[in-house]
Design a protein around this ligand. Structure first.
Ligand code: HEM
Length: 343
């Protein structure tokens, strides 16, 4: 009833307000920086929005103003960071859990891609298995389990049910993503949900992690692109596995707005740049495991820096293992050729 009162009451929510203020301050500074720039063609969202504010200055009903600009940028940060990062975290966890799937993705990437260049979004057309795996990650992790709260502005019917004007709607997206009538193994990781019998990628209408219709996530295309590029690049570059002594993966989610994985450690082992046999591959992986936790990273921390740091200077040229077995791992600290150039 008195939302403003929260600002005066002590409690953990004060921390959220502090974070909010930090983000607002940052975006505010960016807006000022953009305004101080010499006039030029608008280059990004903020400069386009500022140009629109100027254009609509004489329109008394225009909603283009700086306060709205600030809020829209914050919305984009809120909607676009945690969702994509959390999905990638789940992707790595599922790859560790399903080693054979991880290997098959790497085999497909090795076979199809020209290894001398970075992954392009268009490549997804030639990578049906990788694409199916990523869709299955999004389906099973269901990071935005419930869509945004909406209210009916007029009386209507949905699926035969009457919805009087004013009804509050909470779209239960997870119920669709786990619907036993739409998915063969709704609670199990199964890339086959998105493949036909010939291994071609197929769309499934019940794949709705971004919601649907008029209220579909406005960032869905960006998210799909980011996820594909990051996932394919990571899997091309590293083999993911549990560190030595690990008690296993923790698959239960934590609810924090999105459904997040629990903090846990996973090894990102740089893949070898020369063809080796399956036996050598396994022996090398074993060596890496025996080197203990050197090279582990925590999922709750920043993803790549340690590996990048470790490999810089060693990776003289970004050569790769076309035709080599998938998931090959070099001994940690060796001067093995790596794929860091692909990042
Ligand atoms: C894996 C990634 C993502 C998932 C699963 C996701 C999912 C969703 C869902 C389910 C909604 C609610 C739709 C509704 O019921 O109204 C939503 C809203 C939204 N998303 Fe995303 N999203 C993702 C990434 C992004 C990205 C990358 C951006 C932008 C940079 C973004 C921006 C937004 C915004 C601004 C809204 C609110 C839209 C509104 O108020 O109508 N999202 N997203």
């Amino acid at each position: 009833m008195f939302p403003w009162a929260l600002h005066h009451l002590p409690g953990p929510h004060q921390e959220i307000f502090r974070y909010q203020e930090t983000v607002r301050g940052f975006v505010h500074q960016e807006i000022i920086r953009h305004k101080l720039r010499a006039p030029e063609d608008p280059k990004d969202f903020i400069s386009c929005y500022l140009a629109q504010i100027t254009k609509a200055m004489d329109d008394p009903v225009s909603t283009f103003n700086e306060e709205n600009l600030l809020q829209v940028v914050i919305d984009l940060f809120l909607g676009g960071t945690d969702t994509t990062a959390t999905t990638l975290h789940w992707a790595l966890i599922y790859m560790v859990q399903h080693e054979a799937v991880q290997e098959r993705v790497q085999q497909e990437l090795d076979k199809v891609l020209d290894t001398a260049r970075a992954v392009h979004y268009e490549d997804r057309e030639r990578l049906p298995y990788t694409r199916a795996v990523l869709h299955e990650v999004q389906r099973l992790s269901s990071v935005v389990a419930v869509g945004a709260v909406r209210q009916c502005v007029t009386s209507t019917r949905v699926g035969g049910y009457p919805m009087p004007k004013g009804t509050i709607i909470l779209p239960n997206l997870a119920s669709v993503l786990y619907d036993p009538e739409c998915w063969e193994t709704p609670r199990q990781f199964n890339p086959g949900h998105f493949l036909d019998k010939n291994g071609n990628f197929v769309v499934n209408e019940a794949f709705l992690p971004f919601s649907a219709g008029h209220w579909v996530c406005p960032g869905d295309q960006l998210a799909r692109m980011e996820l594909f590029l990051m996932f394919a690049t990571l899997l091309r570059t590293f083999w993911f596995q549990l560190p030595e002594g690990s008690l296993g993966l923790r698959l239960e989610y934590i609810f924090g707005g999105t459904l997040q994985p629990q903090p846990q450690e996973i090894c990102a082992v740089p893949r070898l740049g020369s063809p080796i046999t399956r036996e050598e591959d396994l022996a090398l992986r074993q060596q890496v495991i025996q080197r203990g936790k050197q090279g582990t990273f925590s999922l709750s921390q920043h993803l790549l820096p340690w590996v990048l740091e470790d490999q810089r200077g060693k990776a003289k040229s970004p050569q790769v293992d076309r035709g080599g077995p998938a998931g090959s791992a070099p001994p940690a600290g060796s001067a093995a050729r790596s794929r860091m150039g692909a990042l």
